[in-house]
Write a protein that binds this ligand. Structure first.
Ligand code: PHE
Length: 443
């Protein structure tokens, strides 16, 4: 039973049976961390912007989070049955309206404006997802794009124009692995509309531009690390390009950074599909686009250990960044305040067997059960007091064929010690909500 209409950041929307927003999400939609002065997300945005200077690049930082499914999916060539469109992954206001799942939702509209050679769009984005230290249902992305106009470059020679203003990377700053050819006929095809020389030049400009961003971030992270610990010795920075797929770019790549022993994916990018530019009324333009997650970069830059901290209003968090916007050359690492005790609670339940017609409006029969629905219920009740949720057991009863699941919820506040009694109150409400909303049977 959803409300008939909702107000999101001051605008009212009709809802229908697709509606799946929770009060938590709605109230966070007006926070705009990416433009809040001295917030680490905003500082990270400013540093990246400095590598894409105006007026070549134009910045858009206040696009509204509610977009049409056309903007978020269709305008980018997502097929009708793409899994990203499902209610388990995306927040729907109603059937035709969503909270954007990525900043690419605004690409086509900005291409259509055709007011600069390049642009950056920073904004909050929304995805139903797991709960842990690096996943939060709202995060921030920056979309970047750069175009060249065939009609405006001498002899229409885009490749020459691109190579001409390509900045080279200072070779000593990091090792870049890029093992794949610029295009690959099956895995990463050249578009029919582009010559190999054009795609290659655009790809080189894209990759060098982003490598410069990473080098910039890490040189600032290093300064901050040395300020905290004069004996700090850094490892040589390693990054690598891997082939990727997006419906709106080809060829496409992801950039990964070697960080604390693992390869960490930080951005997706590629050569813009010509069809998108044609539909946006600028068929003679060619170019690249990227989308980078700002939280990931900010966590590396400041050594912030838990993504929930970005949402904290606690002065022990916010005060550490005061004044840094005006002092970007003197960044300081985040100093974690004491870690409060964890409080683990398990909940085990049976899913309804698929054949059961038992009522209750529950949706959780074995076929259409989705883990994100559990995550959402826990998030709605526990808010930021839940650090992570993990599945600890799963089995199917040999006789009845019913499936049982057990999830472990870690209740831990970032700001204070949570008593066992308080955790019990949260947990009891979670148990009740699982029965009410998913129709499961508690064990
Ligand atoms: N929008 C993509 C994502 O969120 C990233 C991307 C942006 C990829 C632009 C290519 C070009 O994963």
């Amino acid at each position: 039973p959803s409300p008939r209409s909702v107000s999101i950041d001051g605008k009212s929307y009709d809802t229908d049976e697709w509606h799946n927003l929770t009060p938590n999400i709605i109230s966070s939609a007006s926070r705009r961390l990416h433009i809040q002065k001295d917030h680490p997300i905003s500082i990270t945005r400013t540093i990246i912007e400095s590598k894409f200077p105006a007026p070549t690049y134009r910045y858009h930082n206040t696009f509204f989070p509610v977009v049409s499914t056309y903007q978020n999916f269709d305008s980018l060539g997502f097929p009708a049955d793409h899994p990203g469109r499902s209610k388990t992954d995306t927040y729907y206001v109603n059937k035709d309206t969503v909270l954007r799942t990525h900043t690419s939702a605004h690409q086509a509209d900005v291409f259509r404006r055709n007011e600069s050679e390049g642009f950056l769009i920073s904004a909050d984005v929304y995805r139903r997802d797991a709960i842990d230290r690096s996943h939060y249902p709202i995060f921030h992305q920056m979309e970047g794009a750069r175009m060249w106009d065939r009609e405006k470059v001498p002899n229409g020679d885009i490749a020459a124009a691109v190579w001409k203003d390509l900045e080279s990377l200072p070779t000593h700053t990091m090792t870049v692995e890029d093992p794949n050819p610029p295009t690959h006929p099956e895995r990463n095809p050249l578009q029919d509309e582009h010559s190999a020389a054009e795609a290659e030049a655009i790809a080189a400009h894209l990759k060098r531009s982003l490598e410069l961003v990473v080098a910039e971030i890490f040189s600032r992270a290093k300064t901050a690390a040395i300020a905290a610990n004069p004996d700090f010795v850094d490892e040589q920075l390693k990054v690598r390009w891997v082939e990727a797929y997006f419906p709106f770019t080809s060829p496409s790549w992801e950039l990964e950074i070697f960080w604390q022993g693992d390869w960490l994916e930080v951005l997706g990018c590629g050569v813009v599909k010509q069809d998108i530019l044609t539909k946006a009324g600028v068929p003679s333009q060619l170019g690249w686009a990227f989308g980078v997650g700002l939280e990931r970069i900010a966590m590396l830059l400041f050594e912030i250990p838990d993504i929930r901290l970005f949402w904290s209003q606690d002065e022990r968090f916010l005060s550490q960044f005061k004044g840094l916007s005006d002092n970007l050359n003197n960044l300081k690492r985040f100093v974690p305040f004491s870690k409060y005790p964890a409080c683990y609670k398990d909940v085990a339940f049976w899913l309804r067997s698929s054949s059961s017609s038992a009522g209750g409006g529950g949706r959780a029969n074995a076929q259409d059960f989705h883990e994100n629905d559990v995550m959402e219920i826990v998030r709605d009740i526990g808010g930021d007091v839940v650090e992570d949720v993990t599945k600890v057991d799963e089995f199917t009863h040999p006789k009845t064929g019913r499936k049982s699941l057990c999830y472990r919820i870690n209740y831990r506040s970032l700001e204070r010690t949570l008593t066992n009694e308080e955790a019990n109150v949260f947990h009891e409400r979670v148990r009740n909500a699982l029965v009410e909303k998913l129709g499961v049977e508690l064990r």
